[in-house]
Design a protein around this ligand. Structure first.
Ligand SMILES: Cc1cc2nc3c(=O)[nH]c(=O)nc-3n(C[C@H](O)[C@H](O)[C@H](O)COP(=O)(O)OP(=O)(O)OC[C@H]3O[C@@H](n4cnc5c(N)ncnc54)[C@H](O)[C@@H]3O)c2cc1C
Length: 508
C-alpha cells in the first residue's frame, strides 16, 4: 500500500481535512490537478458556525492575525431580507471576511502536508481492502494505492463519478448571473466605507443583496475601490456560460437592474476582472451517499447549491472537521464499528438543509408581485426575535443536533460553547489539539475513574467555569458534545460508542 489516505483536491475542504488528519497523527497524500493555486476569485468569506470551528483550531487567529475570538454579526440577510440580530442574546452567525485564496494558503501552511500539484486523478478502482487511483502527473501517468480515498475535488468530482455515487438534484436555469471584479468610481462609491450611493435606492452597504423590479444586485468591497459585483436577471436568456464576458455586458446588465449607469472600469493593479456570465443554470445537488466503501466525499464534491447567503464553506469545512477524526480513528485502529458511517448519517442531512435554505432564498429573489407579497409577509415575521433566531440558526448551522445515543442532557448532540475556564483560558484553547476532551467541572473523581481506560484517546481536564452547564462534559474533536451530566453508565457507553473499547488498566 502506498499510503493510508489520498485526498483528491487541494481546495479549502481538502486542505481542512489534511489539517484534521495531521492533528490526529495521519499524514495524507494530497493530489491537486492544477499546477498552482487558482487565481480567479471565489469565496470572499465564511458565514456561520464554521468561523468558531476554525477558532477551536487556532485558525481564526491565523487568518485575522489577532487572538480575539470571533463575534456574532449584528446584521445579515436572508434572501435579501434584513435579519437584525443585535437583540438576540447570542447567535452563531459569525462572519469572517477572507478571500478563498488566502484561506487556502493558511490551511496549507497549517497542515504542513506537501500538495502534489499538477497531479490529476483520472480514474479509481475500488477493492476490498484498498483503492487504486490512476493519476496523470507532470512526469506522466502512475498508479497510487491507498486504504482510503477522499474526493475533495469539487462539484464535477471525478471521485464521486468513478465511485458510482449519484448526484441527484435540479438545475435552475431561470436566470442569468453576471459577475465581475471592478473599480466603481466616486461619487457613487465611497472607497473608505465601501458603500454605494445608488440614485433611487439610497446608500447600500457592502456585503448585501438588493432585489429591484428588474433583478438582483449584490456587491462587496474587498480592497479599497475594488468591488466584486453580481447582477442577476430573471428569465432564460438563451446565452451560454462564459469566463470571457466583456465589461460592457456587465455595464448594460447594471443599467437594466439598477436603472443607472454604474461608473466602473477594470482594475489596473494586476487584479483579474474575472468577468463571467452564468446562464446555463445553477445546480442544487446532493450526493446520494457520502461514503461508498473506502471512498468518501467532502465539500462541493458532495453538495452544490446556490451561493445566496454564502453557505458553501460553512458546510464543507465542517464536513472535513466531522470526517477527519473518524477517518483517523479508522486508520489508527481504534474506531468502533459504524463510526465512519456516522459521517454520512450526520453530515448529509446538514447538506440537505443548506440546499433547502439556499433554494428558499433563491425563491425570495425571484421576480413578480407574488414574490414581493411573500417578502412583505416574511419581513413582518422577521420583526419577531423568535423568527430571527430560527432563521439565523438555520443559516449558521446552529440548529445542527447529532444523535449521540442515550445521554439525556440538553447539551448532548449540540455544539460546545466557548466557555471561559480556570487559568485564564477558554474551551477554544483546549480544543486546538483536536483530541476528545472530558471536562470535569465538579471535581468528580468517579467521572475521572470511569474515563481512565480511554485516556490514551481522551484528554481529561478538571477545571471550572462560571455557571457550569453540567458536572462534566465529553466533547468530540469536531466540537459536538457526546455526553453531559453526571451519570457514569451513560458516560462509559458514550466513550465506547465514539472512542472504542476501553484499554485494560494495570490493577492497583
Ligand atoms: C464566485 C464564487 C463565490 C463564492 N463565494 C463564497 C462565499 O463567499 N462563501 C462561501 O462559503 N462559499 C463561497 N463560494 C463557494 C466556495 O467557493 C466552494 O464551496 C468551495 O470552493 C468548495 O471547496 P472544495 O474544496 O470542496 O472544492 P474546490 O474549491 O472546487 O476545490 C476542488 C479542487 O480539486 C481539484 N481537482 C478537481 N478535479 C481533480 C482531479 N481529478 N484530480 C486532482 N484534483 C482535482 C481542483 O483543481 C480544485 O483545486 C463561492 C463560489 C464561487 C464560484
Amino acid at each position: 500500500m502506498d499510503t493510508d489516505v489520498v485526498i483528491v483536491g487541494a481546495g479549502p475542504n481538502g486542505l481542512m481535512l489534511a489539517n484534521e488528519l495531521r492533528l490526529a497523527g495521519v499524514r495524507p497524500t494530497v493530489l491537486e490537478a492544477l499546477p498552482g493555486r487558482a487565481t480567479l476569485p471565489k469565496a470572499n468569506g465564511l458565514v456561520g458556525r464554521v468561523v468558531q470551528a476554525l477558532h477551536y483550531r487556532g485558525l481564526h487567529e491565523a487568518v485575522t492575525g489577532s487572538p480575539a475570538p470571533p463575534q456574532p454579526a449584528p446584521f445579515f440577510q436572508f434572501g435579501a431580507l434584513p435579519l437584525e440580530m443585535a437583540t438576540l442574546d447570542d447567535n452563531a452567525l459569525f462572519i469572517l471576511p477572507v478571500p478563498q485564496r488566502r484561506l487556502e494558503e493558511v490551511l496549507e501552511n497549517h497542515a504542513g502536508v506537501p500538495v502534489r500539484r499538477g497531479h490529476q486523478v483520472k480514474d479509481l478502482t475500488r477493492h476490498e481492502d484498498h483503492v487504486t487511483l490512476d493519476v496523470s502527473g507532470p512526469d506522466g501517468g502512475y498508479e497510487l494505492t491507498a486504504r482510503y480515498v477522499v474526493g475533495a475535488d469539487g462539484g464535477h468530482s471525478v471521485v464521486r463519478k468513478r465511485a458510482g455515487i449519484g448526484f441527484p438534484g435540479i438545475t435552475d436555469d431561470g436566470f442569468t448571473h453576471r459577475t465581475g471584479q471592478v473599480v466603481i468610481h466616486e461619487p457613487v462609491a465611497d472607497h473608505s466605507t465601501g458603500q454605494l450611493d445608488i440614485p433611487g435606492m439610497g446608500v447600500l452597504w457592502p456585503g448585501t443583496f438588493h432585489r429591484t423590479e428588474h433583478g438582483v444586485f449584490a456587491f462587496g468591497m474587498f480592497q479599497p475601490g475594488i468591488y466584486r459585483i453580481a447582477m442577476i436577471e430573471w428569465g432564460r436568456s438563451g446565452l451560454t456560460d462564459t469566463d470571457e464576458m466583456p465589461l460592457d455586458e456587465l455595464r448594460e446588465a447594471a443599467k437594466r437592474v439598477l436603472g443607472i449607469d454604474l461608473p466602473m472600469s477594470e482594475p489596473c493593479n494586476g487584479q483579474p476582472a474575472a468577468l463571467n456570465r452564468r446562464a446555463e443554470g445553477t445546480n442544487s445537488r446532493l450526493a446520494d451517499r457520502y461514503r461508498e466503501g473506502r471512498v468518501l466525499l467532502v465539500g462541493d464534491a458532495a453538495h452544490v447549491h446556490s451561493g445566496v447567503g454564502g453557505p458553501g464553506l460553512n458546510l464543507g469545512l465542517q464536513d472535513a472537521i466531522n470526517l477527519g477524526w473518524k477517518l483517523a480513528a479508522q486508520i489508527n485502529g481504534w474506531a468502533p464499528p459504524g463510526l465512519l458511517d456516522t459521517y454520512n448519517s450526520e453530515r448529509r442531512p446538514v447538506g440537505r438543509r443548506v440546499i433547502t435554505h439556499s433554494r428558499a432564498q433563491t425563491a425570495l429573489l425571484a421576480e413578480g408581485p407574488n414574490t414581493t407579497a411573500l417578502r412583505e409577509v416574511l419581513t413582518e415575521l422577521l420583526q419577531d426575535d423568535t423568527a430571527v433566531r430560527r432563521i439565523s440558526d438555520l443559516m449558521s448551522g446552529a440548529d445542527t443536533v447529532y444523535d449521540m445515543g442515550s445521554s439525556t442532557h440538553l447539551l448532548t448532540g449540540r455544539w460546545m460553547p466557548d466557555l471561559p475556564l480556570t487559568g485564564n483560558t477558554t474551551f477554544a484553547h483546549l480544543a486546538r489539539t483536536g483530541r476528545p476532551l472530558l471536562l470535569d467541572f465538579a471535581d468528580r473523581a468517579d467521572v475521572r475513574r470511569a474515563a481512565a481506560p480511554w485516556t490514551d484517546r481522551v484528554d481529561i481536564h478538571t477545571t471550572t467555569t462560571p455557571a457550569a452547564p453540567a458536572d462534566a462534559v465529553l466533547v468530540r474533536p469536531d466540537g459536538y458534545v457526546a455526553w453531559a451530566g453526571g451519570h457514569l453508565g451513560e458516560l462509559a457507553e458514550s466513550l465506547r460508542r465514539w472512542f472504542g473499547d476501553p484499554r485494560d488498566l494495570p490493577q492497583g
